[in-house]
Structures are given as C-alpha cells and as structure tokens.
Design a protein around this ligand. Structure first.
Ligand code: FDA
Length: 353
C-alpha cells in the first residue's frame, strides 16, 4: 500500500509552511476580540468565530500563528492517515469506535474535489485491513457540490462503491442550510434509487424543518446521526434559542428510538456532549427496554474525553468523530465557536510561547 500523500489545493492550509507567520497579526486580533466580548458578551463572540471560520484573511492569520497547532491537535488526530489510524487504534483499545473524517470543505475546482475523493478512497483502502470498527464521514462541499451537483454526486458514488466493496459505511455530514435539501436529495438518490445501503445522513436539530425530515427518514429505515447544528443560521430557518434546539434534539432522538422506528430498521447516533441530553437518553433507553446495541453515542475527538470513556465503560456504544488532514481551519474555528472559552486558552498560549 503506497503511503497516503495529501493534496495541496490552494484553499487548504499547509500547516508546516504557515507556522511561524501571522503571529504579529493574531495578537491585536485577539486583543480586539477580548475587548468586544467584554463589551458585547459571548453570543457575539460565537457569531464572530463562525464568520471568521469562512473568512480567507482570518485563515491566513490564524494558521500563521505557530503555537496554534498545540490547540488544533486537541481536536485533530494529525495531518496523515497514519496518525488518524494510530489514534483510532488507541481509542479502540479503550472500547470506542471511530468515524474518520478527511478534513476539507468548499473546494474551488473539480481537480480539488477529485483530490479529496482520491484521499478518501485511500482512507477506505487503509481501513479495510485495519480491523477497526471505523466508518468514514464526508462533506459534499469537499466533493464539489458548490461547483456542480453532478460532480459531487459522481464523486460520492465512486466513494460508496469502493466503501461497499471494502465493507465500510459512509456518513454524509450536514453543512449550512443552503445545502440541506440537495444533500438529502443526493443521499436518497444513492441509497434508495441506486441501492447503496452503506450510506447514512446527518440531521441538525436547530433547523425548523428537522422534525419532518426525521419522520420521513424513520419511514425510510434510515441510518441517522442527530446533532444540534454547528453553522450560523438565520432565525428564519433555525431556532435562535439554545433551549429550543435542545428540546428538538431530545424530541427527535426519542422519535428515532420509538419501537416503530427501530422495528423499521432506523438507527440513530446521538451526537452530543451535552450531559443533560445524554442522561435523558440513558433514562429513556432504560425505561423503554432499549438495548445499548440499538443506538450509539458519538462525540468529537478531544471534547469531553472523560465522559467518552465513562460511557464506553458503562457498556454504551461510543463512537469518536476523528478528523485528520491539513485543511483543519474551518473545522477548528467551529469547535472554538461551540466553546468560546477556548479562545482565552489560545491567548494564554501566546503569552507563554
Ligand atoms: P452544547 O454545544 O450545548 O455543548 C454541551 C457541552 O459540551 C458544553 O457545555 C461543553 O462542556 C461541551 N462542548 C461542546 N462543544 C465543545 C467544544 N468544541 N470544546 C469543548 N467543549 C465542548 N454539526 C453539523 O452542523 N453537521 C454535522 O455533520 C456534525 N457532525 C457532528 C458529529 C459528531 C460526532 C458530533 C459530536 C457533532 C457534530 N456536529 C455537527 C456538531 C454539532 O452540531 C454541535 O455543534 C456540537 O456537537 C456542540 O453541541 P453539543 O450537542 O455538544 O451541545
């Protein structure tokens, strides 16, 4: 097996080259951010971080700040497939499975989308003999959906064919709401019309439409990951208040765990770090005689590691979402937005560096 090499599309970050640049700009940016947060509050910082996750100028400042890698490493397994699989083996030794994600999104041309597809094909080839219980997660923007829907469809079809031959499942991550409808269309076309039964989907509970989507997916016997949602969405499509998203997530989990949903073959991954929801799901499962084998918990690599281990030790299925690759910037910024306190950690790292 040839070693996996990374593509170097222009929109991806070569971490090694970038390290060392940008430190001079990051400090004023963080100082300005601190002042604005003190003035405007944390919700505002979350909005700013999500904006920065999409801003090319911010990408070059943040990725040019050398010490940032020590923070990124908490969320990203490494830059190579070897590092990802080594981490997966450690997690498996602790009783956890993985969903491996080759990082990348919003490619700029068909050749970048093809590079991403090829890297994912190599990942599948590496998973096959590894003995790991690992599936892969992909983003349609990584496969070219913003350029041409047929390009993304064809790239995903190639991945699904290879994954099916290797006995590997593939989950389509869900991105911003502008892509929800087309993502569901492509998922259904490949799964239902073309018979790829190794593909699953993600539903974001913060979207108003999701209760209906969940009911439809239950009727289809789908394999669904439920998440709260990580993008900045307008109040016309998503709940602005966290309590409404939390309630929707629990409502949708309970629907997917209903006897009728389970009997029809629907399977749910409960993807959250929220103790209140995890505890409610465990209580619901116990009350209704639902076995640990009938659903799984999922968490992100590097987030709430103790809870990951304790759930696995208690006999619940736990799968860790494990990203790797050089294009970590937008993924990392969304993780900061979920917990803005991490920004202060970066500031303190700067002063210690
Ligand atoms: P919430 O944000 O309320 O956090 C609960 C607690 O968890 C926090 O109080 C904190 O203690 C801890 N925590 C959460 N995030 C943290 C972080 N980044 N750093 C440190 N602590 C943190 N989204 C999406 O839009 N499309 C997708 O395809 C996916 N895929 C996906 C897969 C998996 C396996 C997970 C776990 C999550 C996703 N997400 C996602 C992200 C998801 O939408 C959501 O943004 C995060 O999971 C954070 O929400 P929580 O449910 O954890 O609750």
């Amino acid at each position: 097996m040839a070693p996996v090499t990374h593509p170097s599309p222009a929109n991806q970050t070569d971490v090694h080259k970038a390290r060392g640049r940008g430190a001079g700009l990051l400090l004023p940016l963080l100082a300005l951010t601190s002042a604005l947060v003190w003035w405007k509050g944390e919700t505002w910082l979350r909005t700013l971080l999500l904006y920065l996750s999409r801003a090319p100028w911010a990408r070059s400042i943040v990725t040019g700040f050398g010490p940032i890698w020590s923070m990124v490493k908490r969320f990203v397994a490494g830059e190579s497939v070897d590092e990802a699989l080594a981490t997966a083996k450690q997690l498996q030794a602790e009783g956890m499975n993985v969903a491996v994600d080759y990082l990348g999104e919003s490619v700029r041309d068909a050749s970048e989308a093809g590079d991403a597809r090829d890297q994912i094909l190599l990942l599948i080839e590496r998973i096959r003999p590894s003995g790991l219980d690992a599936y892969i997660s992909v983003k349609l923007s990584q496969l070219g959906i913003k350029l041409d829907e047929n390009l993304a469809l064809e790239n995903l079809r190639t991945i699904l064919r290879s994954a099916r031959n290797a006995g590997v499942r593939v989950r389509i991550d869900m991105e911003e709401s502008a892509l929800t409808e087309i993502t569901l269309d492509i998922y259904r076309r490949l799964r239902d019309a073309e018979g790829y039964d190794n593909v699953g989907i993600v539903i974001q509970s913060y979207l108003f439409r999701s209760d209906v989507d969940v009911q439809q997916l239950i009727a289809e016997g789908a394999w669904v990951r439920l998440v709260k949602g990580a993008y900045k969405e307008p109040a016309t499509v998503a709940y602005p208040a966290k309590k409404d998203t939390d309630a929707a997530l629990l409502r949708q989990i309970e629907a997917m765990l209903s006897p009728q949903a389970r009997a029809g073959g629907a399977r749910v991954a409960v993807a959250t770090h929220d103790d209140a929801i995890i505890d409610a799901v465990i209580a619901f499962a116990k009350r209704n005689g639902i076995q640990p084998s009938e659903f799984e918990f999922q968490m992100l690599h590097g987030v709430r590691r103790e809870r990951q281990r304790s759930l696995a030790a208690q006999g619940w299925q736990m799968r860790v979402y494990l990203p790797y690759g050089t294009a970590w910037y937008p993924y990392f910024m969304r993780r900061l937005a979920e917990r803005p306190a991490n920004v202060w950690f970066i500031l303190s790292t700067y002063f210690q560096a």
